[in-house]
Design a binder for this molecule. Structure first.
Ligand code: NDP
Ligand code: MG
Length: 396
């Protein structure tokens, strides 16, 4: 490799951001951290800056920026602190940056991720909400700029690894029949339905196999995460929703599969550790050490599969409806879900009400065409307002 790859990590203080920095730090001969961004965990951001000495750090507002800038100077670092969405877009699009790890959670990541896309960067996408919201426009922007979009989501990274190199020609052209998207089923796969009324945020966040941020953990418990991933897979691999089948696989060892017309089914397996897809995407098409222990099949012993139950997981049904509807529907679903999950984490609603809010919002607002980004943000704010109205009427 001729020179060090310059990497911006959006959402560096989060679960995916920290895993990415762990892999990056294992390969100082390949990667250098260009910028790190944080939102609320600013003491952690300072510690990460001390460890990785980035050129830039980004925080949400000016007072926090002044504080961090003083601390960095006191630590003898030349890191410059930038502010807000403008700062995020700047460190995504800077001419010196090669790779952007998009690991902000939720709609807040859309503009910074698109800034990296428009600048033609290599983008390692964890922030699935950005793609779900703006799918057609996002993929159009990737084609226009020639950006290289690589999935970090473990399932999509697995699918990517099981696809032939020329899958962009079209799934039927390359002999792919179906994508099998695996799901653990989360912490409530076997909880009696009546008990779901009483589960706490901490119970929802106690994922059996993965350690993740709180929003995606609740999404995993409701299986909205799999719904978002279904939509994500359709955009990344140009698949129709009916070509993506969700398979519950409680061990989370097979990260997804690709089913070919000749009857071959290719799977990617590994320990559930985000450093594997991160290392895969960072070094692609090469392979590098990720720090993940080798898979011990004797310890795993068995692999189970079952069909998802849409009565238990209505969010999955709603996401599939929205995937078929297209246009503004996915942005509305995503926004309503973000409001509902935040309300659940705040103790304002019960777990099953997450799906009730989303269904109510989708029923109230018609699907409209989205041919520009403004329409995506309009659908997003309409859905947020409707979800807030629901909370006003119904929250305990
Ligand atoms: P975390 O909550 O752990 O981290 C989120 C990151 O985004 C943090 O750095 C946080 O900053 C930052 N952030 C939050 N809100 C804003 C905002 N409004 N503006 C700017 N930055 C913000 O989440 P995860 O790391 O778990 O997930 C990140 C993304 O990756 C999500 O889209 C998730 O769906 C996806 N993903 C995660 C996986 C996982 O294993 N965790 C697996 C697959 C996908 P701070 O912490 O300083 O507040
Ligand atoms: Mg996933």
């Amino acid at each position: 490799m001729s020179r060090l790859q310059q990497v911006t990590v959006l959402g560096a203080t989060g679960s995916v951001g920290l895993s990415a920095l762990d892999v990056i730090a294992r390969h100082p001969d390949r990667y250098q951290v260009f910028a790190l961004t944080g939102f609320t965990r600013l003491a952690e951001l300072l510690a990460l800056c001390v460890r990785h000495a980035p050129r830039f750090a980004v925080v949400p507002e000016a007072a926090a920026a002044r504080g961090l800038q003083d601390d960095l100077r006191a630590a003898g670092l030349a890191t410059r602190v930038l502010v807000g969405e403008e700062g995020l877009c700047q460190v995504s699009a800077d001419a010196e940056v090669d790779t952007v790890v998009a690991a902000i959670v939720g709609a807040a990541g859309l503009r910074p991720t698109l800034a990296a896309v428009d600048a033609g960067k290599k983008i390692l996408l964890a922030n699935k909400e950005a793609l779900v919201m703006s799918g057609a426009l996002f993929m159009q922007a990737v084609r226009k700029s020639g950006a290289v979009l690589l999935p970090l989501d473990s399932e999509h990274n697995a699918i990517f690894q099981c696809m032939p190199g020329d899958y962009a020609r079209g799934l039927s052209q390359v002999g792919v029949r179906r994508i099998l998207l695996t799901a653990s089923g989360g912490p409530f796969r076997q909880t009696p339905l009546a008990e779901l009324e009483h589960v706490s945020p901490d119970q929802a966040c106690a994922h059996p196999n993965w350690s993740m941020g709180r929003k995606i953990s609740v999404d995993s418990a409701s299986m909205m995460n799999k719904g978002l991933e279904l939509i994500e897979a359709c955009w990344l691999f140009d698949a129709r929703p009916d070509q993506v089948e969700v398979v519950i696989h409680p061990q989370s060892v097979i990260h997804s599969l690709v089913d070919y017309v000749d009857g071959s089914v290719l799977a990617q397996l590994g320990n559930p550790d985000m450093r594997t897809p991160i290392a895969n995407a960072l070094a692609w098409p090469e392979r590098i050490d990720s720090g993940v222990a080798p898979l011990d099949l004797f310890a795993v012993a068995r692999l189970d599969f079952e069909a998802p139950d849409e009565q238990r997981f209505p969010c999955l049904r709603l996401a599939r409806q929205v995937a078929q509807a297209g246009d503004s529907a996915p942005a509305m679903l995503n926004a309503a879900n973000e409001v509902a999950v935040a309300a659940f984490l705040d103790g304002r609603i019960r777990f099953p009400q997450i799906a009730s809010i989303i269904e109510d919002v989708l029923q109230r607002e018609p699907v409209v065409a989205v041919d520009e980004l403004a329409a995506v943000f309009e659908a997003d704010s309409k859905a947020r307002a409707l979800a807030e109205q629901w909370l006003g009427r119904n929250a305990r």
